[in-house]
Design a binder for this molecule. Structure first.
Ligand code: T1G
Length: 694
């Protein structure tokens, strides 16, 4: 037996203990250890029953994802599960923490399952572009019913133990010491000769023959673009149609197919990227950070209010400052309404809402901010105002306080220079709605100290964000790349495409919405104001591309004015507007561009490859340290489809040679001013490598 799986005996009960930190993943050694532990218990005449239990913070959290894509090693998990289930001696799974994926499959192959009340059980494989591959799709519908199995397997969301008991997944919720409870259970099973419950022998019944179709239809919007959810439905259906062993064979075939798919590779990449992105290359793991026990937010507007909620949600008290009482009252009312909506949906208890509201201390006085550990400014995006605010904060806030700006594009170094402590100044760029969007772009200035930005990364994780560290440049990582897509889409509209064609292509690519529908939702006046602010830095062609100006000059700001690029009915349903089509055709004539047919493929290439090329330049400049930083920004802040893994991972999937050749093609078509290949991209393409090549 290896150290990570041990076999011990208490009385006549054999205990198989898994101890493979941090989450007891089912590596080859763990699988082998469990199998030989069960074998030992079966052979040992002094053993009447066995318990599978885990050390550390959780029961088995699934297969070892790092082993995927490598040659599979024996024993295979389905065989280990069968070996457990076939045991003639009772096997009890004792669960704490999270029994996920292969962990729940091990438990479902045991004869009885007990858990502490705080445990959760789930089959999250679909989030990795997979399906449960060791009997989860065949055993769960037999024990919890088809509908429940469909929901659990296609959502991947774990279920709390009490609910899992009601669903028939768990036999008992135990209190006190789990191991003692498991031993007592095993004793009872032996003494009362409880019939061994082998889930594979049960039947998965369907209440209605259309349950699978109906389920797929009902979730079409949620499953859009993904392959795995439909394969999950197919496998559960098989559980209702075929004998267990044949169903297992089918499940394994589908699993193997999905494991080799680009979608699963992308989603596995995203799993690790989300965890790796918080680690800052070049900084020691024990980098000192500052303690953040109190926060202040300047500006009670939409962003300020959302940012305040991020901290109250994490139990951190917030001082919320604004210039006028009416602004404060309005901001607090919006926060209250947001919480009340969540309570009304049953997703938050009233007392928790009250607690969070009580953590907000509104103020009109800068003086009240003097003891805050972290101050986040979310005032109007104008450099003069930012400098004035930071100058004031510099004079009031205690030494060691972190002064952060939520600016989405202004120069952090210039803001920091307005203080005498630039080492304590940085950007913390939240995304709207700040209490919902998971991305936090942490912007380190030229003088920001490692202690300060390491603290901001820790704060980001503590408030449930995916914090990404980036450098100072116009638009940081996200908006800088987005500007390239916006430019190219604007050019294609001049050259022959229409906004609704571009939107459909970007939507079908996998984004939640196309750029023009998004513009109409956010308000075209926002983009128009940015365009005006940046007008002098635009190229001649961009200056002449006045389609947005013309639409806004008509007072068409999008949904809020009933029309923008689209026209909207009272339910805000969008319809392409012939008036806009005419406006665009006239514009092309005006600027002397002969319109041509633009293919959907060209739209994808120009919209996405322009961003990838810019991403490569961002890497060259060190604005982002790794491609995964860029992918995380786009996945958690801009809705890049998770099954493509982010723009840089997607580029590798397409192949950098192909991306490079397309960029060269557009350089020759549109101009080097817009399409000069990044030297890094060119080099990697010529070496047959990718951004993630080792
Ligand atoms: N394999 C390998 N490493 C894993 C892992 C796994 N299954 N789960 C977590 N880790 C690493 C993770 O990368 C991180 O490493 C550390 O553990 C702590 O994780 C046949 C096919 C369990 C809820 O999808 O959801 O079973 O960054 O930071 O926030 O049907 O981890 O420290 O180096 O996330 O407390 C199905 C995945 C697999 C569960 C804990 N299982 N894990 O969350 O910690 S497929 C999953 C999680 C499968 C079978 C199939 C979470 C967690 P590092 P963490 P956490």
């Amino acid at each position: 037996m290896s150290e990570i799986v041990t076999f011990s005996k208490e009385g006549r009960i054999g205990i198989i203990t898994v101890n493979n930190p941090p989450v007891n993943a089912l590596s080859q050694a763990v699988r082998a250890g469990i199998k030989s532990g069960i074998a030992q218990g079966i052979e040992d005449q002094g053993v009447d029953a066995m318990v599978i239990i885990c050390a550390g913070r959780t029961f088995i959290a699934g297969a070892d994802i790092r082993e995927f894509g490598k040659p599979p090693m024996e024993p295979h998990l389905p065989d280990v599960c069968k070996f457990i289930e076939d045991s003639l001696k009772p096997v009890i799974a004792a669960i704490h923490g999270t029994a996920l994926g292969g962990g729940l499959e091990i438990a479902l192959s045991s004869h009885f399952r007990i858990a502490v009340a705080t445990a959760r059980v789930g089959l999250p494989e679909v989030k990795l572009g997979l399906l449960p591959g060791a009997g989860g799709t065949q055993r769960l519908p037999r024990v919890a019913g088809v509908q429940a199995a469909l929901e659990m397997i296609t959502s991947g969301t774990p279920v709390a133990a009490p609910k899992a008991k009601n669903m028939g997944i768990l036999d008992e919720i135990v209190e006190g010491d789990l191991k003692q409870a498991a031993l007592a259970w095993a004793q009872k099973a032996v003494e009362q000769k409880l019939p061994l419950r082998r889930v594979s022998t049960l039947t998965a019944k369907v209440d209605s023959p259309t349950v699978f179709e109906d389920f797929a239809k009902a979730n079409a919007r949620k499953f859009r673009g993904f392959i795995a959810p439909y394969k999950c439905i197919e496998a559960v259906k098989i559980a209702t149609e075929l004998p267990f062993d044949q169903g297992m064979k089918k499940e394994r075939e589908i699993f193997t197919e999905l494991q080799a798919s680009d979608q699963s590779k992308a989603q596995r990449h995203v799993f690790f990227a989300e965890r790796e992105v918080v680690r800052i290359p070049g900084l020691p793991d024990d980098q000192p950070t500052r303690e953040i026990k109190s926060v202040a937010v300047l500006g009670a507007g939409t962003m300020g209010g959302g940012i305040a909620m991020c901290f109250t949600n994490a139990g951190i008290p917030v001082k919320l400052l604004d210039m006028k009482q009416e602004f404060l009252d309005k901001g607090l009312a919006i926060i209250k309404k947001n919480y009340a909506n969540t309570v009304a949906k049953g997703r938050l208890k009233q007392e928790v809402m009250d607690k969070r509201m009580s953590l907000i201390d509104p103020t009109l006085s800068y003086e009240d901010l003097k003891d805050a550990d972290l101050i986040i400014e979310a005032v109007f995006e104008e450099m003069g105002i930012k400098k004035e605010v930071f100058g004031k904060l510099d004079s009031i806030c205690k030494p060691g306080a972190i002064l952060a700006s939520n600016t989405s594009y202004l120069n952090i170094d210039e803001i920091a220079a307005a203080t005498g402590r630039p080492q304590d100044v940085m950007g913390m760029h939240f995304f709207s709605p700040a209490n919902v969007m998971r991305l936090l772009e942490n912007v380190r200035g030229a003088k920001t100290s490692p202690e300060v930005y390491a603290t901001a990364m820790k704060v980001g994780k503590a408030i449930g964000k995916v914090p990404v560290l980036v450098g100072v440049c116009d638009g940081f990582v996200g908006n800088r790349m987005l500007a390239k897509r916006t430019r190219e889409c604007g050019f294609m509209m001049e050259e022959g495409a229409l906004p609704w064609q571009i939107d459909k292509v970007i939507y079908d690519f996998g984004f939640p919405m196309g750029p023009y529908a998004m513009g109409d939702m956010a308000g075209l006046d926002v983009g128009w104001r940015n365009r005006k602010a940046k007008f002098d830095s635009l190229t001649e062609r961009e200056k002449k591309n006045t389609i947005l100006d013309k639409i806004c000059e008509m007072g068409r700001y999008g949904q809020k004015t009933g029309s923008g690029f689209y026209k909207y009915d009272e339910k805000r349903n969008a319809t392409p507007d012939p008036m806009i089509e005419e406006l665009i055709l006239n514009h092309s004539k005006e600027v002397g561009i002969e319109r041509r047919a633009i293919t959907d493929q060209e739209i994808v290439e120009r919209a996405i490859y322009s961003m990838i090329n810019e991403g490569a330049k961002i890497l060259e400049e060190g604005i982002a340290a790794r491609p995964l930083d860029i992918d995380a920004v786009w996945l958690y802040g801009y809705g890049f489809p998770v099954y493509l893994g982010g723009p840089m991972f997607y580029a590798d999937t397409v192949g950098l040679k192909k991306v490079y050749e397309a960029i060269v093609k557009y350089r020759d078509m549109i101009g080097a001013e817009y399409w000069t290949p990044s030297p890094l991209l060119e080099k990697l393409a010529k070496e047959g490598k990718g951004f993630y090549s080792k």
